[in-house]
Design a protein around this ligand. Structure first.
Ligand code: SF4
Length: 266
């Protein structure tokens, strides 16, 4: 039976959740009903969150001149004490690692770019209406927004990454679409992915609006299709491998070794 999600929280489509649209059941269960299976604490994601929080303070225009490392120790403590750690030593190790990464990062960002920062950790939202009804909200948090002094018509968003480099253009497309709709005064929009490794070395990938051309209409029509469907059935896709619903959605079928031995004997 169709469930009216107007009684639920309005679903958000973000760079993080857009890939879930590949399967109607997955998006509906996780992003609308918010029925997440129990998960163990994600230490790595807590670490990434803390690195982002420290970097946001280091590049915050309020702390100019940028980058500002004067209070790194305090900002690191504030960020890491928010995360649950099994013991103080583990927290201290991660804190030291994060400080090394952030310091290394600042050394590779030129001063002109750092000083061009206009905001850090900026939440951005665009409610999308269909036939006068709020269907979903596009949302993201921009790690760093900047405008180069020599290119004032281009808005740049920097997405800091602590994981393995991998670009998903659907995610880039959602971020750029939100940017275009919320800050229409700029002529051009650019997305930098800054991949920081353990030693603070940075690799930068750039995605422009030309790179995501043609993708946006597909995302929008898929969002409408999923959110107005009568039923939300499973739709197997390559992302099933990482899906947290897989144990219940596609239970493993075990076979006894004796039954598997003579498979091709007549
Ligand atoms: S395992 Fe695959 S088919 Fe099942 S809910 Fe997840 S993404 Fe959908």
């Amino acid at each position: 039976m169709k469930q009216e999600y107007t009684a639920l929280a309005t679903p958000h489509i973000s760079p993080t959740s857009v890939n879930d649209l590949a399967c109607s059941k997955r998006f509906w269960t996780l992003r609308v009903l918010k029925q997440w299976p129990p998960r163990p604490p994600q230490t790595y994601s807590a670490f990434g969150t803390a690195v982002h929080a420290i970097s946001a303070r280091v590049f915050d225009p309020k702390n100019s001149p940028l980058p500002n490392l004067d209070h790194l120790e305090i900002w690191a403590r504030e960020a890491f004490f928010k995360a649950r750690y099994a013991d103080r030593d583990a927290r201290q190790r991660d804190m030291d690692r994060a400080k090394r990464m952030v310091v290394g990062y600042t050394q590779q960002i030129d001063c002109e770019e750092a000083e061009g920062t206009i905001a850090t950790e900026r939440p951005m939202h665009v409610p999308i209406f269909v036939d006068g009804r709020l269907l979903f909200v596009l949302s993201c948090v921009a790690d760093r927004l900047l405008v180069h002094a020599n290119d004032p018509d281009t808005l740049v968003v920097v997405d800091l990454k602590t994981g393995k480099p991998k670009i998903e253009l659907d995610q880039s497309c959602v971020a750029l679409a939100i940017l275009k709709m919320t800050m229409p005064g700029y002529a051009r929009f650019v997305l930098h992915y800054d991949w920081i490794d353990e030693g603070g070395r940075v690799d930068r990938d750039t995605v422009t609006t030309a790179d995501v051309k043609g993708i946006w209409p597909r995302i929008l029509s898929r969002a409408v299709e999923v959110l107005t469907a009568e039923e939300h059935l499973s739709e197997p896709n390559p992302g099933c491998v990482y899906c947290c619903l897989r144990p219940s959605c596609q239970p493993e079928v075990g076979v006894a070794l004796d039954d598997a031995t003579d498979l091709f004997e007549e």
